[in-house]
Design a protein around this ligand. Structure first.
Ligand SMILES: O=C1O[C@H](COP(=O)(O)O)[C@@H](O)[C@H](O)[C@H]1O
Length: 260
């Protein structure tokens, strides 16, 4: 487990731009070191803000997009192309504008796909896809992702792991179907905490006043069942990227020295 590090930016636009720059560097470094890179994307406002900032950065061309695997931490279980699907939003924000290899874009199944409306079968299939992509150098049935990003919800949810629901208690499976999510749509597919913790780096994104309480709770010693964001950490690094509004209720002791 890595102790969370915090970086606080002035506002959500600067946070998105700085996180995009950070991601470009991380991917370029991983490709130089290991030949390819793997990144887990998140949905939500902050995740899509980062992708849009990446799309507008001239430095995006430093990435070899053909040597990048993209995965998702969660998905809203809706028909292919639904505007509320995380993959649809990621395509609109970035992926349609860059030369990704379609075989390396690992979208989670849709509700009109091969598993129909059986979300548990869809989740099991994604778990198999992850297992097939992992090698002996990995720690179990998921690849060692270079960066796994998570938007933090106002209720402290990450991916589709909501407080107190069974998915956040999962200790064996890497991907599960989620039923009865309090945020629409109620049926979702989500990586679990064990899968999230396989990543080299986990980045939690929180911008806006409505995330302030969640950040304060998750970073103040809450349990992961009550505050799933508290249970999300990477093997080598756990990084909270915040704007000043989301950081406004953090205990002073947690506030990074260089922040405003
Ligand atoms: O529904 C979801 O919400 C979270 C957080 O979204 P935000 O809009 O409050 O930032 C997101 O990270 C997750 O991927 C998504 O499915």
């Amino acid at each position: 487990m890595s102790t969370p590090q915090l970086v606080v930016h002035r506002d959500k636009e600067l946070m998105a731009q700085a996180a995009a720059a950070r991601l470009i560097t991380k991917v370029v470094d991983a490709q130089a070191a290991r030949g390819s890179a793997s990144v887990v994307l998140t949905g939500g406002r902050n995740g899509n803000g980062l992708l849009a900032a990446l799309a507008s950065s001239p430095a995006r061309d430093a990435i070899d997009w053909s040597r990048l695997d993209l995965w998702w931490g969660d998905e809203r279980f809706l028909p292919e192309g639904d505007p509320e699907r995380n993959v649809t939003q990621a395509r609109a924000a970035l992926l349609d504008a860059v030369p990704v290899d379609p075989k390396r874009v690992h979208a989670m199944p849709a509700s009109d796909g091969p598993y129909g409306t059986d979300v548990d079968a869809a989740a099991a299939a994604y778990a198999e896809e992850l297992a097939a992509a992992s090698g002996p150098e990995d720690h179990g049935d998921v690849p060692t992702f270079d960066v796994l990003m998570l938007g933090v919800g106002p209720d402290t949810h990450v991916a589709s792991l909501f407080p107190e629901l069974p998915a956040v208690r999962e200790t064996e499976r890497t991907v599960v179907g989620v039923h009865g999510a309090p945020k629409p749509p109620p049926v979702r597919v989500s990586m679990t905490l064990p899968a999230i913790r396989a990543a080299r780096e986990v980045w939690l994104l929180a911008a806006g006043e409505d995330k302030a309480q969640a950040a304060a709770i998750a970073l103040s010693g809450a349990g992961e069942v009550q505050a799933p964001a508290a249970g999300a950490y990477g093997r080598g690094r756990t990084l909270w990227l915040l704007d000043s509004a989301a950081a406004s209720r953090l205990p002073r002791a947690l506030y990074p020295p260089a922040s405003p």
